[in-house]
Design a protein around this ligand. Structure first.
Ligand code: AMP
Length: 176
């Protein structure tokens, strides 16, 4: 993506201090989503990271990963699989728990959502500490998926989320 386009995206992202709690600078991406040109530019750039890789499915993380992931899956002409917070999926699930700053959280996936050997990418809006993405990687591996890479709209590099994701290739559009 050209620098001028990246600048436009950066300007559109709204920094909200102390949300959802004191000390967090929340990256609000809703102004990007509301602008057809910026949103289209973003999903095209994210999808281009797997061009010619013959990906079978896009795995999107609850909830903003659904917005980018579903649009990317549609662009690539492949299926979309949601990874949800616990208790939301109606069918038989595989689950993985991970620690948050305070307490624990659980992510789930339908057991039949990915067949062993299918090549997938994992998509979320933002990589922070990497806990959510790490749990998602483990979950998808349990189903026997071949993980090509993980793709984020934003990466907060100073939080070292990448370290939790081991050898997995990471592609982030905007890095802070
Ligand atoms: P983590 O597990 O710490 O990598 O957190 C990733 C998840 O939390 C992503 O799904 C993001 O949507 C959300 N998140 C974490 N930090 C921020 C932030 N500063 N601004 C917006 N979303 C965030």
């Amino acid at each position: 993506m050209k620098n001028i386009e990246l600048n436009r995206l950066e300007k559109a992202i709204r920094d909200v201090p102390d949300f959802p709690k004191p000390g967090i600078l929340f990256k609000d991406i809703t102004p990007v989503l509301a602008n057809a040109e910026l949103f289209s530019m973003s999903i095209h750039a994210m999808a281009s990271t797997v061009k010619d890789a013959n990906i079978d499915k896009v795995v999107g993380i609850d909830a903003r990963g659904f917005i980018f992931g579903a649009a990317i899956a549609n662009l690539l002409g492949i299926g979309f699989v949601p990874v949800r917070k616990s208790g939301k999926l109606p069918w038989s699930t595989e689950s993985e728990s991970y620690s948050l700053e305070y307490g624990e959280s659980v992510v789930e996936i339908h057991k039949d959502a990915i067949s062993p050997g299918e090549k997938v990418i994992i998509v979320d809006d933002l990589l922070a500490t990497g806990g959510t993405a790490e749990a998602t990687l483990k979950l998808v591996k349990k189903l026997g998926a071949d993980i090509h890479s993980a793709c984020f709209f934003i990466e907060l590099e100073f939080l070292n989320g990448k370290e939790k994701l081991g050898e997995t290739e990471i592609n982030s559009l905007l890095v802070y």
